[in-house]
Write a protein that binds this ligand. Structure first.
Ligand code: C2E
Ligand code: CA
Ligand code: CA
Ligand code: CA
Length: 277
């Protein structure tokens, strides 16, 4: 499958190599990487558009590869998903993010939530609810401070199974978000049935604000749709002050993007929060 990656990418197969053997090698490398604690989380602040306060942070995984440097999820998430390793990866991310966020509460002096991305396979994992419950209890994190982000595409792979998983997760009191909203094909019927708390408007539409009338209309209808069904709208990929201003004018609730901060290591994130006053 064609894949955009850098010249020295971990994913490039040397031509003389057997692709199947190469894949096996990379799966083994990733498994060892997870076991050796080479995964790290970077955090990107999520800001309340009305007032500008820091609301929470999205945890985004990276792999500190021993020889290839810091790899972004685009380099290994798909392999993790296809090989089943995403269960271990996902469990690690959940545990690390919940542990971290539990420690923030006294530091920040205000409630600061954390958002974690779930892969499609995790959503179908019967163990998921147990994992989330255990992590919240072990670290004594208020469930309402944990957001789980699930892509629209993952929800629509098997909507009935997704509904059952979401209902079980919702009973725990965590916040459920639909990620990359607008890029898949969700039906409004399902949206209404799912116990969702947040729509995350995909960054491709946010990028079109002030550039494309079509994108502007899509963003406006996403915000209206979210509010019509009583949930929050979140914009991702906010890079300019003009985009921030349009989103605020449209009544969007939360924003995240390079305008505020790139995803950064936790120390840097906490310093950034402190500097916001
Ligand atoms: P996503 O959940 O849609 O995350 C948003 C991506 O946009 C992140 O890329 C983030 O760094 C990037 N981004 C944030 N602000 C801006 C901006 O202003 N402009 C632009 N152009 N980009 C921005 P990243 O960190 O490379 O993650 C890519 C994807 O990998 C994520 O997309 C998510 O689907 C997946 N992912 C990341 N962490 C995890 C994880 O722990 N578990 C799973 N299953 N997937 C993850
Ligand atoms: Ca996300
Ligand atoms: Ca997204
Ligand atoms: Ca995305």
């Amino acid at each position: 499958r064609a894949k955009v990656s850098g010249r020295n990418s971990w994913q490039v197969h040397p031509q003389h190599n057997d692709p199947a053997a190469d894949r096996l090698r990379r799966v083994g490398e990733l498994r060892h990487g997870i076991e050796r604690g080479e995964l790290v989380l970077h955090y990107q602040p999520r800001i309340e558009l009305d007032g500008g306060a820091v609301h929470s942070a999205e945890a985004l995984v990276r792999w500190q590869h021993p020889t290839r440097g810091l790899l972004s999820p685009g380099e290994f998430i798909e392999l993790a998903e296809d090989s089943g390793l995403v269960r271990e990866l996902g469990a690690w991310v959940l545990e690390a993010a919940v542990a971290e966020a539990a420690g923030w509460q006294p530091v920040a002096g205000r409630r600061l939530g954390v958002a974690v991305n779930l892969s499609p396979r995790q959503l179908g994992d019967r163990n998921m609810v147990r994992l989330v419950t255990d992590a919240l209890q072990r670290h004594r994190l208020d469930p309402s401070l944990l957001t789980l982000e699930i892509t629209e595409t993952a929800l629509m792979l098997d909507p009935d199974a997704a509904l059952r998983s979401l209902q079980a997760l919702a009973r725990l009191g965590v916040v459920l978000a639909v990620d990359d909203f607008g890029t898949g094909y969700s039906s409004l019927t399902y949206l209404k049935r799912f116990p969702i708390d947040e729509l995350k408007i995909d960054q491709s539409f946010v990028a079109g604000l002030g550039v494309s009338d079509g994108d502007e209309a899509i963003v406006a209808s996403c915000v209206q749709l979210a509010h019509a069904i009583g949930i929050h709208a979140v914009a991702e990929g906010v890079e300019t002050d003009a985009q921030r201003a349009s989103l605020a004018a449209l009544g969007c609730d939360l924003a995240q993007g390079y305008l505020y901060s790139r995803p950064v290591p936790v120390d840097e994130f906490l310093r950034w929060c402190a500097a916001q006053g």
